[in-house]
Design a binder for this molecule. Structure first.
Ligand SMILES: [Zn+2]
Length: 315
């Protein structure tokens, strides 16, 4: 049974104490009941400081150990407020906005929280897309939109998959790719789309060989340069333009490549839940995922990973 607050007032009333927040995390983390990691027994008692103590072997753990809340010195009630705010912002959340709404002392703290939460926006072992799926790449960043044959460090290549849902768009997946080679594109497609699905692409050679790895492949050729790719693969191009607009509007342009992955995850998380009736349900989903993803220490968030520049291949 999915149990979540419906309104901000309900949230604030229910999650005003550490105990209430811990109990909620506990239920999401051990939905089938607590099991001790050391001895596998299920009986426990709760310590005053939030520790969970195994009644059999006296092993200690806590409801936040091994989650994004691990080692936080901030009250969980404030985290819950942050998660509510992040999930109720239709157009995404900025660090400055979060800092303001929670009255956080530093921008850095707000920024770190947002990045921790973005890591929870991808559910480990999530389903792949299936059915009919459009796939194409787009470039994010730089001001050379539409310029041919340029390579720059500022640009990132992003591969997007958008499921057909009648004339509309179903769920999406996206990922930054090192290049538009068959190796990179096939790796994304294998991770994002069920084999047997019909993958619709343009005639870029990087998409050759999809049938050999178990997909149906529909290829649409751009007959003339004047023909617009957006009319041939409309869903994936619609997603690309929404993504760019979102990055511009909410994040003042493209984030650095090493952070872009998390923004892509946030965009995907929001897009795939855009029709959800209850904000509370998204809150629930994000907390549920937050207790199963590993902690993200600040050092790992600011680590700079800069790969080779993406290679342009077309148009
Ligand atoms: Zn035990």
């Amino acid at each position: 049974m999915e149990d979540y607050p419906r309104t901000l007032t309900e949230l604030e009333g229910r999650f005003s104490s550490e105990e209430a927040c811990r109990a909620y995390l506990f239920a999401l983390r051990w939905p089938d009941g607590f099991v001790c990691r050391r001895c596998g027994q299920g009986r426990y008692w709760l310590g005053a400081d939030g520790r969970v103590i195994c009644a059999h072997c006296q092993g200690h753990t806590s409801v936040t150990a091994g989650t994004i809340f691990q080692d936080t010195r901030t009250p969980l009630a404030l985290w819950f407020r942050a998660i509510w705010w992040v999930t109720s912002q239709k157009n995404g959340a900025s660090a400055l906005g979060l800092q303001r709404v929670l009255g956080l002392g530093s921008y850095e703290t707000a920024w770190t929280w947002l990045h921790k939460l973005r890591r929870a926006m991808v559910r480990p072992g999530r389903d792949r897309l299936a059915g009919r799926v459009e796939v194409d790449e787009t470039y994010i960043g730089g001001s050379e939109e539409g310029v041919h044959g340029r390579e720059t460090y500022k640009k990132a290549l992003v591969v997007i998959a958008a499921q057909e849902d009648g004339d509309g768009i179903g769920r999406i997946r996206m990922r930054r790719a090192p290049d538009a080679s068959a190796k990179s594109l096939q790796a994304f497609i294998r991770d994002a789309i069920d084999p047997g699905s019909r993958v619709h692409t343009d005639d870029w050679k990087g998409y050759e060989g999809l049938m050999e790895i178990g997909y149906q492949h529909k290829v649409t050729t751009l007959a003339r340069r004047s023909e617009s790719a957006s009319t041939l693969l409309p869903r994936v191009h619609r997603v690309a333009s929404l993504l760019k607009r979102w990055l511009l509007g909410t994040h003042q342009g493209a984030p650095s490549p090493e952070h872009l992955d998390y923004y892509l995850d946030e965009f995907t998380f929001r897009f795939n839940r855009r029709t959800s009736q209850h904000r509370g349900k998204i809150f629930y989903r994000l907390i549920q995922q937050a207790v199963v993803v590993a902690p993200a220490p600040y050092e790992s968030l600011i680590k700079h990973v800069r790969g080779p520049p993406p290679k342009r291949h077309k148009r």
